[in-house]
Ligand binder design. Sequence first.
Ligand code: GLY
Length: 393
Amino acid sequence: MRSTLSLAETQATLLLREVPAAQASRPAPAGKPPLVSPRTLDAQGNLVLVPARDWTSGFFPGYLWLLSEATGHASWQAPARAYTANIEGEKTNGTTHDMGFKVYCSFGTGYRYTQDPAYKEVLLASARTLSTRFNPVIGAIRSWDHHQDVWGFPVIIDNMLNLELLFAATRLSGDSSFYKIAVQHANTTLRNHFRPDYSTYHVVDYSPANGAVVTRTTHQGAAPESAWARGQGWALYGYTMCYRETGNPAYLAQAERVADYLLRHPNLPADGVPYWDFNAPNIPNEPRDASAGAVMASALYELSTYSQQGAAYRAQADKTLASLAQNYAAPAGTNHGFLLLHSTGSKPAGSEIDVPLSYADYYFMEALVRQQHLAAGREVVAGARVVGAKSKP
Ligand code: GLY
């Protein structure tokens, strides 16, 4: 992986030049918030930047923290700190569930390296804001505020990733309320999001009046009953992380069932990088989703440390990571500095198909750091903490 890290450094150097250039040449329109983080490329190949409120804003800063660890080069920490600072205002943005993606991947990952008390305060403020979206009747955190004409209380499987911020907040503050919300959300999702084969729905809509499930459907997948690839990755990552944080064997069992569903799926390509949906209609002539492959690889490394099937999970993660490094990496000096090609954001929306995505690079680098740790006989890293003792309040 040395050559991959060298490529990653070349690309990150380029991206750090390209972002200010794009900010200068295509700034946010007057009255709109500044564009602070790279997300993808548009159809013309231009770099797409996003404001802090975008769900992807935390990945580039988090990537730089991870790159610093993976390479052992502290020089990445100054830009990591600068791009992390841009996200701070999100700590009071209660209009979305994406707080974990935005703030935990940036400030949380940075806290692991810096132990900066100011970062801790941002994490706690963010957790308090995210908690305001919890509905005790439903036992879940509301995901989206859009589509209010269609959904009363939508919860998407992606939301599992935001729980990591809440677990961290309890550990950092001693306030168990965050932990309790995270556990209730994980339990509600475990009950309602999964099919008998342990694939997951993308969206479950609940009645705010009585907490009943109203609809199970999709937003980014091929069909309501299909298995959207990144969603399966979020489920795998989410329950692996919940087991780490709670020690609840039900979460470990769920993570293993999801892993087994994915690894045995006839539509999982031999290189371990899924098509954008396991039930996409024209497989094998469908775009891949490298981001889903990267999320799954990172989760499988962690799961391998808890499971009796650990050797198989680690082998699968190794294979996927090698495929991504060998066959999905951008040539040096291209793609404005992104590392991985061939991800899919939302195929049904015709958006971000077969492109680089900042979160593909983030989870790839996290997987690579986890691989390094396992190879050295150390525990895998995770957000603001190195995996260790269980963290019940
Ligand atoms: N959380 C949004 C996505 O995975 O596309």
